[in-house]
Design a protein around this ligand. Structure first.
Ligand code: AMP
Ligand code: MG
Length: 315
């Protein structure tokens, strides 16, 4: 199959909307990472998403809608969900609710719950409006690879196995959405993301009371072929320099990059590290580097999601 690279114009969005309504798959930008979209209410479109990604069948998909009034046919929002939607949508917060009975079990990976989100990206919203159906969209990478933050990353992983990719430039946030269970009176964080525990006003305990509630967190993720090493704060250069005596090394850090080490990104704030994290992993791979050193950030705010993703990549 030839994968079309579409511009984010009215014409491109019109073509992409048609592909989605016909049961096809389209990669598209969101504020977090690129999503691989298919009709969430069409079991065979959902199956194709799993096949294209090589995604384990027990890892459910997030359904995307253009606003909170488009949840019909997916789920009935609880009072807590409405409160969270009011405060955080459009935005990087995914809300888990009891699924309506006719949501395909392929989409929910057999669960009786469904995860829903309104993305904060003009191209994504325009596409969802064109599609006229809820769009299931996990990250548009092959399973186990770093999430894609450019259309080029999507093409690298899925070119040839999906109908189209809309090129909407680089994703601003760079890590996946926060996932919360909103079936009770208080949000339960199932996955850390850009909406922080501080934003949600919930405690700093372990992720999720019950990991089986968010199957995706069980799986190995984001493991590039370059070995990821996490250096303590302020020690990025030192760790990279030592490793570079034996192997080819890339570094993502706040400080200077020593000679003999490849610079794969500089950041000041944790949010800047989030935005370049996955791209750096893919660049390190493409450059054939043996090791990629990331300098750690404090585990507050979005730093918690960043360190979660780095630890998964480091294994
Ligand atoms: P991805 O879209 O690839 O970022 O992955 C979606 C994430 O949402 C995974 O961690 C899933 O386990 C989680 N998720 C999706 N649907 C549900 C659900 N119904 N209940 C709990 N977690 C979910
Ligand atoms: Mg993913």
């Amino acid at each position: 199959m030839d994968t079309r690279l579409l511009p984010p114009t009215n014409e491109g969005l019109h073509i992409a909307g048609g592909i989605l309504r016909d049961g096809g798959l389209v990669g598209f930008p969101t504020e977090t990472v690129y999503g691989l979209g298919g009709n969430a209410l069409d079991s065979s479109a959902a199956s194709r998403i799993f096949a294209a990604k090589g995604r384990p069948a027990d890892n459910p998909l997030i359904a995307h809608v253009p606003d909170v009034d488009h949840l019909d046919g997916l789920a009935s929002p609880t009072p807590l969900a409405l409160r969270l939607a009011e405060e955080f949508w459009p935005g990087p917060l995914t809300i888990v609710l009891d699924a309506h009975p006719h949501v395909p079990r392929t989409t929910t990976a057999g669960l009786s719950t469904v995860a829903v989100r309104v993305p904060d990206h003009p191209v994504a919203i325009a596409l969802l409006e064109q599609a006229e159906v809820p769009i299931a969209a996990p990250s548009a990478n092959r399973s186990g690879r770093p999430s894609p933050t450019t259309a080029h990353h999507v093409m690298t992983d899925l070119g040839g196995s999906i109908e189209a990719v809309i090129d909407g430039g680089q994703c601003v946030i760079g890590v996946e959405s926060t996932v919360v269970d909103a079936r009770g009176d208080e949000p339960v964080v199932l996955r850390e993301g850009a909406v922080t525990r501080e934003d949600l006003g919930v405690g700093h305990g372990q992720v999720g009371g019950d990991l089986s509630a968010s199957p995706g967190t069980r799986h190995t993720h984001y493991r590039p072929t370059s070995r990821v090493v996490i250096a303590p704060e302020g020690k990025g250069a030192e760790v990279a320099m030592k490793a570079s005596a034996f192997e080819s090394v890339g570094l993502v850090s706040r400080g200077p990059v020593p000679e003999g080490v490849s610079s794969l990104g500089r950041f000041d704030r944790p949010g800047e590290l989030a935005a370049l994290l996955y791209g750096a992993m893919r660049d390190a791979e493409a450059a054939g580097l043996a090791v990629l050193v990331f300098e750690a950030v404090p585990e507050v705010g979005v730093g918690r999601a960043v360190m979660d993703r780095l630890r998964r990549a480091a294994g």
